[in-house]
Ligand binder design. Structure first.
Ligand code: ATP
Length: 323
C-alpha cells in the first residue's frame, strides 16, 4: 500500500542573513502492506510529520520515490490524494458547524452527488456513533467526540489508506480505548491505517507493524513482538535466600547459570539480585529453578520482565518517550 525509497526533505531556515539547512528526512525506505495498522514512532523533531505530510501529498519531497495506494506520489499526486484520507493532529472542523454539515460538505468536496453525500454522512454518523450529537455545533463536543468526527471526515470518501496524525493525543483513557476500537474497525473494513503516536503502549497494542524514525532515518521496522525479541529477550530477576549476608552466593549462581544454553547473559545487580536475560521466561524459569535447587541454593523471589516497546525505542534511539 505504501512503498518508499530514499525519501528526502530538507528545510531552509532563514534567520537574519544566515540560511541554515535542516535535513528533516534523510532517505526513508518504508513498506506498508495492505490492510495493516502501521505505527510511525519517533522522538520530537525526528521527522514524523514531515514524512507523513510528504506521503499525504501535502509537502513535495526533495528526492526519492514513493508509490501510495498504487499511484506514483511524484508523478501523480492528484491520484494519490483521491485514494487516501488524512486526519491532521488538530482536526479541521468549524466550531459553529454541526457534524452532519461537516460530513455533507466533505463528501461534496470529494465529488459526491447530493444524494450520495447524504447517504455517506448517514453511514458515517452510524458507524462512528455520532448520532446523539450530530446536529449540535462542534464547539459543544468533548475531545473524544471531536476526534471521532475528525476520523469520520477523513474516510468519508472511502479511501484505501488513511493517515492519522496522533489520533489519541489529549484523549482520556476511555475515549482512547474507543478510538482504538474505531481504528481496529477500519482495519476490519479493509482499510490500511498509517498512524503516528507518542504512546508506545498504543503502538504495541494496536499496530501490526511499526517503524521508528530518529534524526530523519528509519532505525527499526517490524512487528512490535519481533522488535522486542531483537533487543534483549525476557529478563528474570532472582532473589536468593541469604544473599545479603553472603553476597558470594549470587555471583556463584550467576556463573552457574551463565553456562546454561537457555541463558543469554547473567550478572548480579547492585541490590544483590541475580539478573538473567533469557530467550523465553516460560522455558527458562523451571530449568533455572531446578539448577539452583541442585546446587543447594534457596530461591526467595523470582520476577519476569518482558521488554516493552519503550526498551526498543531506548535501544534504537538512546531516548525514552517516557521522558
Ligand atoms: N517549516 C519548517 N522549517 C524549518 N524547519 C522545520 C520545518 N518543519 C520542521 N522542521 C524541522 O525538521 C525536523 C523534523 O521535524 P518534524 O516536524 O517532521 O518532526 P516530528 O518527528 O514530527 O516532531 P514532533 O513529534 O515534535 O511533531 C525538526 O528539526 C524541525 O525543527
Amino acid at each position: 500500500m505504501i512503498e518508499t525509497t530514499g525519501l528526502r526533505k530538507s528545510y531552509r531556515d532563514r534567520k537574519r542573513r544566515e540560511t541554515t539547512t535542516v535535513d528533516a528526512v534523510r532517505g526513508v525506505d518504508l513498506s506498508v502492506a495492505e490492510g495493516e495498522i502501521f505505527g510511525f514512532l519517533g522522538p520530537n523533531g525526528a521527522g514524523k510529520t514531515t514524512t507523513l505530510r510528504m506521503l499525504a501529498t501535502l509537502l513535495a519531497p526533495d528526492g526519492g520515490t514513493a508509490t501510495i495506494a498504487g499511484a506514483d506520489l511524484l508523478r501523480d499526486p492528484g491520484e494519490v490524494r483521491r485514494r487516501i484520507g488524512y486526519v491532521a493532529q488538530g482536526g479541521g472542523t468549524w466550531d459553529d458547524a454541526t457534524a452532519t454539515e461537516e460530513l455533507l460538505l466533505q463528501a461534496r468536496l470529494y465529488g459526491a452527488s447530493k444524494t450520495d453525500a447524504q447517504q455517506a454522512a448517514a453511514a458515517a454518523t452510524e458507524a462512528f456513533g455520532l448520532g446523539e450529537f450530530a446536529d449540535r455545533p462542534c464547539k459543544t463536543y468533548s475531545g473524544g467526540q471531536r476526534r471521532r468526527l475528525d476520523v469520520a471526515l477523513g474516510i468519508i470518501h472511502a479511501p484505501k489508506l488513511v493517515f492519522l496524525d496522533e489520533p489519541t493525543t489529549g484523549l482520556d483513557p476511555q475515549s482512547r480505548a474507543n478510538m482504538w476500537d474505531e481504528i481496529r474497525r477500519l482495519r476490519g473494513d479493509g482499510l490500511t491505517v498509517f498512524l503516528t503516536t507518542h504512546y508506545l503502549d498504543e503502538a504495541d497494542a494496536l499496530c501490526d507493524r511499526v517503524a521508528i524514525i530518529d534524526q530523519g532515518l528509519i532505525v527499526a521496522e517490524g512487528t512490535p513482538a519481533a522488535l522486542k525479541r531483537e533487543i534483549s529477550g525476557d529478563a528474570v530477576i532472582v532473589g536468593l535466600a541469604g544473599t545479603e549476608e553472603t553476597t558470594g552466593i549470587a555471583e556463584k549462581a550467576a556463573g552457574l547459570l551463565a553456562a546454561q544454553p537457555y541463558v543469554l547473559s547473567a550478572d548480579v545487580r547492585e541490590d544483590g539480585a541475580l539478573r538473567l536475560y533469557v530467550d523465553s521466561g516460560e522455558t527458562a524459569i523451571p530449568a533455572l529453578m531446578r539448577e539452583l535447587a541442585g546446587a543447594g541454593m534457596e530461591l526467595a523471589t523470582i520476577e519476569l520482565h518482558r521488554p516493552t516497546l519503550d526498551d526498543v525505542f531506548l535501544a534504537k534511539t538512546g531516548k525514552s518517550l517516557r521522558d
